[in-house]
Design a binder for this molecule. Structure first.
Ligand code: ZN
Length: 410
């Protein structure tokens, strides 16, 4: 009996050693990922750009809601605007037989109310602008596809058509999806496009946002280098880097997993946006509360992804606004210590390990680390196989019990 227990004990120990050895890279990255001391919530919305005047009114209503909800330091909630600075000028492109690209720019007088609403929100401290492309496609790819695709030409012929209705693969700006599977773009052209975008930002808003959001989360090292050269310090990711579209137009297998605070080319810092709030797709405040609670337990910020399409829809816009307010107010009620901050400021905090947002208690960090292991989808099976999936929750409970809620404040 004694021998049996001894063998079983050694086998279990060996399985655990094997688990840690086999997954050492990921474990090290999860340990190194800083742990937040308090909940952080940022609403990240994409695709704002040329559109009808009603979009400006939607932005104003969003700004008013954000200004009403405050954290304990009396800072308003922040929504980042992933700004698309232009759209294809369909009529001109069709008149040119899809031979050359023509653009409608956000700087045109007709879009002045939208730009005005964006500026006003920035002055109120409720909006923060982020780069999301000079258009939500790569112009040459659009032309190549339009020459052979009647549906795409119909999209170009519709003056009200929005980028959200483009074929998914074409919405990936930083890859050549003119033919599939996609191919990387020439680095010189990427550099020029990034510089052009930065110039328009400077002209329209007097600033060049240091945060970039890759369209559909497809980008490569060349794009990152170009961003860094033009002042980008932070890239918002979904926790994965996609680099291509497959033959069917779908996202090709992800190149790598990304953890908050990790660095890419030329020192750009990654943040992970992996919570979703699309009222037009049925998401409600309750899901936001759940997302914030879950990420807070993992010492991570909640970057809540949403898109303009939820707020500009004639039938669902009011619901979206009401749910946004209910979600934010509910988070403040459930987490009175929540921190509202822009993505740019959060990225700066990740660059500064002495920042007040970070947990320093080794015991509290250990609890968070173990929770991260248990929450990591890719580790679920190996954790179960070696038995740690059942042992670690007990360790977490034990450590959390002897760690008072004030852990880390010493
Ligand atoms: Zn987008």
């Amino acid at each position: 009996m004694y021998a049996f227990l001894l063998i079983a004990g050694f086998s279990l120990l060996a399985a655990w050693v094997l688990f840690f050895f086999a997954n050492r890279d990921l474990l090290l990255r999860l340990w190194r990922e800083p742990t937040l001391l308090r909940p952080v919530l940022i609403v990240e919305s994409d695709d704002w750009g040329p559109g009808p005047e009603a979009d400006a009114q939607a932005l104003q209503r969003i700004a008013a809601i954000l200004a009403r909800v405050r954290d304990r330091e009396h800072r308003p909630a922040v929504m980042t605007l992933g700004v698309v600075l232009g759209k294809p000028d369909g009529a001109a492109i069709l008149a040119d037989n899809c031979g050359h690209y023509h653009r409608r720019g956000l700087g045109e007088a007709r879009y002045a109310p939208i730009v005005g609403a964006m500026r006003q929100g920035c002055e109120m401290g409720v909006f923060a602008l982020q780069r999301h492309g000079l258009e939500h496609c790569w112009p040459e790819s659009l032309l190549v596809r339009a020459r052979q695709d009647g549906v795409l030409r119909a999209w170009l012929a519709d003056p009200e058509a929005r980028s959200e209705a483009l074929p998914s693969a074409l919405q990936s700006r930083w890859v050549d999806a003119g033919t599939l599977p996609s191919r990387p773009l020439p680095e010189a052209e990427v550099r020029r496009a990034v510089m052009d975008e930065a110039e328009v930002f400077l002209t329209l808003f007097g600033i060049c946002p240091p945060v970039a959001v890759p369209n559909t989360f497809v980008w490569d090292d060349a794009v990152e280098r170009a961003w860094a050269q033009s002042g980008v310090r932070c890239v918002v990711t979904c926790g994965r880097q996609y680099q291509a579209r497959g033959a069917d137009g779908a996202l090709a297998a992800s190149a790598r997993r990304i953890v908050n605070g990790e660095s890419g080319q030329s020192g750009v810092r990654y943040l992970v946006r992996d919570a979703y709030f699309e009222p037009i797709r049925g998401h409600r405040a309750e899901q936001v509360w759940e997302a914030v609670a879950r990420r807070t337990a993992l010492g991570r910020p909640t970057l809540l992804e949403t898109h303009r399409e939820s707020f500009i829809d004639a039938d669902h816009g009011d619901t979206a606004l009401a749910e946004l307010e209910r979600a934010l107010a509910g988070v403040v009620e459930r987490h009175p210590d929540v921190c509202f901050i822009s993505t740019e400021r959060l990225a700066d905090a990740y660059a500064d390990r002495q920042h007040a947002l970070w947990q320093r208690s080794m015991r509290a960090r250990s609890v968070t680390f173990l929770r991260r292991l248990l929450a990591e989808a890719g580790l679920s099976r190996p954790l179960k196989l070696c038995g740690l999936y059942f042992v670690l929750p007990m360790v977490v409970r034990l450590l959390a019990t002897v760690t008072p809620s004030a852990a880390g404040r010493h």
